[in-house]
Design a protein around this ligand. Structure first.
Ligand code: GAR
Length: 202
């Protein structure tokens, strides 16, 4: 259980992150661990659109509150801006969240939302390009390398300014599964540190 001082509760000089994730949550787990003992940054909320997602167990074990979002309210309502503000969220990290971020959420958190994508953007991005579909497409295209891209989120899929990229070779016997393992390793090695650098710039 994390304890907080009064200034932290009021977010004075303190940044609260929400992790948006819909899958297994291996990146969310790393991020939660990374900020577990940080005096300036904490993970205050996990936002998820799938009630059966593995990331919910990870949040529960770490005693992090969860917000399950509904599609209708996400896209046609307020984009959950009020709920996020009410929870004191200052910064949003997309870690395997597959819905497009609606305009009112982007407006409320301009330059304060970052995403990780499992390929070297601008290649292999856009609608429908997520998880193993990305790795299948990369291998089918005969690419000799792939990697990860961490970028700011804007109105368009996988389009905002690139913050960080790291690459790995693709060998002739690589499959979408083996490539996914290499990509996850790169993500786990780099994402938390890059998040911390971005948060400190805000
Ligand atoms: C990660 O590889 C992330 O890059 C990808 O989903 C995976 C989530 O894994 N995101 C996308 O494809 C977004 N277009 P995790 O649930 O184990 O963190």
């Amino acid at each position: 259980m994390q304890t907080r001082t009064n200034s932290q509760e009021k977010n004075i000089g303190f940044t609260k992150i929400a992790i948006f994730a819909s899958g297994a949550g291996s990146n969310a787990k790393k991020i939660i661990e990374h900020f577990g003992n940080n005096n300036q940054i904490s993970v205050g909320l996990v936002v998820c659109n799938k009630p059966e997602a593995g990331v919910l167990d990870i949040a529960a074990k770490a005693h992090i509150p969860v917000l399950i979002v509904d599609k209708e309210q996400f896209f046609r309502g307020n984009g959950y801006v009020d709920e996020l503000k009410h929870s004191g969220i200052d910064f949003i990290v997309l870690a395997g969240f597959l819905w497009k971020i609606p305009q009112n959420l982007i407006n409320a958190y301009r330059n304060k939302i970052i995403n990780i994508h499992p390929a070297l953007l601008p290649k292999f991005g856009g609608k429908g390009m997520y998880g193993s579909k990305v790795h299948q497409a990369v291998i089918a295209a005969g690419e000799k390398e792939s990697g990860i891209t961490i970028h700011y989120v804007d109105e368009h899929y996988d389009n905002g300014d690139i913050i960080f990229q790291a690459s790995c070779p693709i060998l002739s016997d690589d499959t979408p599964d083996t490539l996914a393992q290499k990509i996850h390793k790169l993500e786990h090695e780099n994402f938390s540190r890059v998040i911390e650098e971005c948060v400190k710039k805000v």
